[in-house]
Design a protein around this ligand. Structure first.
Ligand SMILES: [Fe+2]
Length: 383
């Protein structure tokens, strides 16, 4: 067995009704001032927000509430941090989807560093993150990005000179994660599909990653099995609680596997495309996953050697874990069609933009060295 390292995983409190454990946890830690980041309307209008607000004030906590809508931008993070600097914040609580948790993660870090977050972004800034941060609790309300278990916050600037880059440090893994599937029940179908496809992409890309290890392999296979059996059930019945529970757990596993084994070309392309136009991350992953998998498997078959054969076996195992069938390509392409995952042109992309995007796309830990023409073919097939 080769050498490998596993990063810490957050304390996890998982299960229906666990949101009720949040106020006593915060009170017990002796925190007084709490910064809460949520998404737009749906959670804030729910009975859960009412419950939390009442509990926080009953426990004498002072709450500073901010809403983070859309992608996490440098302006959003810097603006919240500016507002909180004099407030002696004790803990940051992020309740929402991946971008909300990324905002919370970035705010908890930037409350302990000077300047703009841009200065500390990988490939953009010139400063190294210190790793210091405020205590951080994450509560996901979608099942997808796995941000609740990762060490990075993705920060986005869309358009000319746009980017999708990470603020990353191993210390940024949240302290505590509460996954209460009751909070995810009202997640709309299109968002359930997009986040679910993101989770599946993360599990598959980390499973076949050249940096995978026995620990991540076990988790990824388990995650694929849970996600595969749950996604179609949720599309037919979004109130299927058993499927919600399994999908939520699979998404959490995908965060652990991606943080420890890395990702592949689909996420490489998602970073580039997501910086060019406003397109949900889960949609990019979902639309490209079938084509990318088909391309990689074809290349591995064409260039036979023991390493490529081992990767092909992993793709076959992943297909069986997902649906019981080892025809992974067919499964993924059927999902794209059956779930009506959008094409890139529906978000305004043009062929010329895809040429540029393919030149900028990194392979990350893809198990075959695709060239720029291969990457363009993948993107173009989903224009
Ligand atoms: Fe992702």
């Amino acid at each position: 067995m080769d050498k490998f390292t596993i990063s810490p995983v957050p304390e996890l409190i998982f299960g229906r009704g666990t949101i009720k454990e949040l106020p006593p946890i915060i009170a017990k830690m002796g925190f007084l001032n709490i910064a809460v980041i949520t998404g737009g309307k749906s959670f804030v209008n729910s009975i859960y927000w009412q419950f939390l607000s009442d509990s926080f004030s009953a426990n004498g906590l002072k709450v500073y509430h901010f809403i983070s809508i859309g992608e996490t931008t440098p302006e959003t993070v810097d603006g919240i941090v500016q507002n909180l600097l004099e407030r002696n914040i004790d803990v940051v609580l992020a309740i929402g989807g991946g971008t909300v948790m990324d905002t919370g993660k970035a705010v908890s870090a930037m409350l302990c560093m000077s300047g703009s977050i841009i200065d500390y972004l990988e490939g953009v800034g010139t400063k190294e993150p210190t790793g210091k941060r405020k205590p951080l609790i994450c509560v996901p309300t979608t099942s997808g990005t796995g941000s609740e278990a990762t060490k990075n916050a993705v920060i986005t600037k869309i358009g000319n000179n746009g980017f999708k880059k990470s603020l990353r440090h191993k210390a940024y893994i949240p302290d505590t994660v509460i996954i209460d599937p009751d909070l995810i029940m009202s997640c709309p179908i299109p968002l359930t599909i997009a986040s679910g496809m993101d989770a599946v992409t993360q599990l598959l890309e980390s499973y076949v990653s050249i940096k995978s290890n026995p620990f991540t392999d076990q988790l990824a296979l388990n995650g694929l099995k849970l996600a595969g059996s749950s996604l179609s059930r949720l599309v037919n019945n979004p109130e299927d609680m058993d499927a919600r529970v399994k999908m939520a757990y699979a998404a959490y596993l995908s965060g652990i596997t991606l943080a420890n084994a890395g990702l592949g070309v689909v996420h490489g392309a998602a970073s580039v495309l997501g910086s060019m136009r406003s397109i949900p991350h889960g949609v990019v992953c979902g639309t490209l996953l079938g084509s990318a998998t088909e391309m990689i498997i074809a290349k591995l078959n064409k260039h036979k050697n023991p390493l490529n054969d081992a990767s092909l076996i992993k793709y076959s195992e992943a297909g069986i874990a997902l649906t019981g069938s080892n025809n992974l390509i067919e499964t993924l392409n059927n999902w794209v069609n059956d779930y009506k995952v959008s094409r890139l042109s529906e978000y305004g992309f043009t062929e010329m933009e895809l040429v540029s995007a393919s030149k900028l796309t990194g392979l990350k830990n893809t198990p075959f060295q695709l060239d720029k023409k291969d990457i363009f073919s993948i993107l173009f097939s989903r224009l």
